[in-house]
Design a protein around this ligand. Structure first.
Ligand code: PEP
Ligand code: MN
Length: 352
């Protein structure tokens, strides 16, 4: 994408660092390279790793904590780590670590999250909460409520996509509509995107990060390793420091929308008028559906009339083509219309 920008870009938070701390040398090297190459706001690293197999590298543990404190002082970058138990939190706070995140595998468990929230009470810390591995927005929202109740004010969400059986081409399914919905419900919570865990492979990180930025995320969490090919976890998705610098140079940081932007105002007025008309039409359509349902009920006519539906579907798909509506958009819209119609009729006829 070409960089053309006439507005000041919005400030976004950059969190970068290795998936895991593997040795003192590796973590210092990565932190030093990063401090020399790009400006980052937080250095990330895992010392307790929630891995699928107990035979894989599960993190170096608490012995890395003093190194992280040293990194903070030497390179003047605050460090954040993943915690999963109150004991992790206690050990880290003891050495003076103040920034944490809860991983996707812990975020699914309200008991664990509550234990962490209770243990955080009264501490001067910031907490990022990754979305749970499955797309359950209420569960994710509940996690923020737990920390808000515990008095933790510096909270942020990290969007890392969802586990799915459909593995290609990314490791996690981004399901961007959940990011949009989370932002709509929680306007007050900053949302960062973790393109590394969505991608699973470094070649996809740029496109995911850029897409997230245009969905107005407030920051990015990216895995960077001094020598990614030798990494003990997530080696395919970690960027080398030069790759990370290149990414930072190439990404377009969208500008903040200024409220006096008249062109945007004009477009929005058009859209508001069209949306309004669409809703009026939808209401009219639903009224006719109700009448049909009543008629079918009285005359024992089946709700589903597959021949009629196929005809409508094909005709409208054809019309869509002539109107330049992409077939996938037309298909989604038509499925919505038909499913809603069936549901409404079932209600009136007396199911559900
Ligand atoms: C990580 O950040 O290294 C990690 C384990 O991520 P997630 O919880 O998103 O899988
Ligand atoms: Mn990782």
């Amino acid at each position: 994408m070409e960089k053309i920008n006439n507005q000041p870009p919005k400030t976004i938070k950059i969190i970068a660092g290795p998936c895991s701390v593997e040795s003192r040398e590796q973590v210092f090297k990565t932190a030093q390279f990063l401090s020399e190459s790009s400006k980052i706001d937080l250095f990330r690293c895992g010392i307790w790793k929630p891995r699928s197999s107990p035979n894989s590298f599960e993190g170096i543990g608490e012995k890395a904590l003093p190194w992280l404190k040293e990194i903070e002082t030497r390179y003047k970058i605050p460090v954040c780590i993943e915690i999963a138990t109150p004991q992790h939190l206690e050990l880290a706070v003891k050495v003076g670590i103040k920034h944490f995140w809860i991983g996707a595998r812990t975020s699914v468990n309200p008991f664990s999250v509550q234990e962490l929230a209770t243990a955080s009470q009264g501490l001067d810390i910031s907490m990022m909460i990754k979305n749970p591995v499955s797309p359950d927005l209420q569960l994710w929202s509940g996690n923020f409520e737990r920390f808000t109740k515990a008095g933790i004010q510096r909270l942020a969400a990290v969007y890392r996509g969802f586990s799915t059986a459909n593995l290609l081409p990314y490791r996690n399914d981004p399901m961007w509509k959940f990011l949009i919905e989370f932002k709509r419900i929680h306007k007050e919570i900053p949302v960062y995107c973790d393109p590394s865990h969505i991608a699973g492979k470094r070649e996809y990180i740029y496109e995911i990060a850029q897409r997230a930025l245009f969905l107005d995320v407030d920051g990015l969490m990216i895995e960077v390793h001094a020598n990614p090919d030798a990494a003990l976890s997530d080696h395919e998705q970690q960027l080398s420091v030069p790759e990370f610098s290149k990414l930072m140079n190439e990404l377009i940081i969208p500008s903040k929308l200024v409220s006096q932007d008249l062109t945007m105002k004009k477009y929005r007025t058009y859209l508001d008028i069209i949306d309004n008309e669409l809703f009026q039409l939808l209401a009219k359509r639903l009224e006719v559906v109700k009448d049909i349902a009543q008629y079918k009920k009285e005359h024992h006519i089946p709700i589903l009339q597959i021949d009629r539906w196929s005809e409508v579907y094909n005709n409208l798909l054809q019309l869509g083509k002539t109107l330049n509506i992409e077939p996938s958009v037309a298909e989604t819209f038509l499925s919505f219309l038909h499913e809603t119609s069936i549901q409404q009729q079932e209600k009136i006829i007396g199911f559900s």
